[in-house]
Write a protein that binds this ligand. Sequence first.
Ligand code: NAD
Length: 265
Amino acid sequence: MQHASPGTRPLAGRRAAVTGSTSGIGLAIAEGLARAGADVALNGFGDTAPALSAVGAHGTKVVFVGADLSKGPDSQKWVADVTQALGGLDILVNNAGIQHVAAVEEFPDDKWDAILAINLSSNFHTMKAAIPAMKAQNWGRIINIASAHGLVASPFKSAYVAAKHGVLGLSKAAALELAETLVTVNTVCPGFVDTPLVRGQIADQAKVRGMSEERVINEVILASQPTHRFITSEQVAEMVLFLSSDAASGITGASFSIDGGWTAR
Ligand code: NAD
């Protein structure tokens, strides 16, 4: 395995895969990893060209490996495909996720299943597929993007809150299993980040609560965060870069809040 040497970019020689990296936070993480010198595999729905061009601008190898990661066998095959495309896998970032906002008694069964599948079960399936090779090379970083909703709840988000709490539990269990190796497993718990996912939520919350979108932003979304400012995707990416570094080798089974003080109260 290659290691960064003085004068090179900190993640030079590392091979990273980021789920849901065609948009929002995942795209910023993929860009950050490439800027730090890693080769990167992208994934997600929608137009792939802008992501390939933004992440590819940093001069490392960048590939797109499509898959619907809400399907277990497809998630496991995706790991095999990215490992083949990059010649190995050192850093796995589980970021793909969706949201649906409704009261429990009105929550559509299919939305519950879909949210659990992509926000929680896909993390299990990709980890299950990636861990054997990481153990064999005795180096790996698994970073799961949970949410402030992995630590606390909000009304109308039962499936999302259940899935994100599950991501923290899954990550802690895997971290303990891998503790004697140099494979670490951690979670990042962002507050509200202004991405397409949150824009969709603002519209949904406006409907559920009978409020204007502007009132939802100020009185519901940013009201949760004492800073009253959105977190940026780049701030989340910086935490992922640190957790990917050798300096973070003593950190495992931990969760990192980037939530403007939300969970401090
Ligand atoms: P986004 O909608 O901008 O991006 C989500 C990405 O996941 C897209 O690339 C999408 O194509 C991909 N995706 C969705 N379903 C998929 C599937 N079945 N298979 C493969 N890819 C799929 O959302 P975002 O806000 O950037 O969210 C990214 C992650 O961050 C999610 O896990 C979300 O829960 C989490 N998060 C977001 C916020 C926020 O405020 N935006 C806060 C905390 C946590």
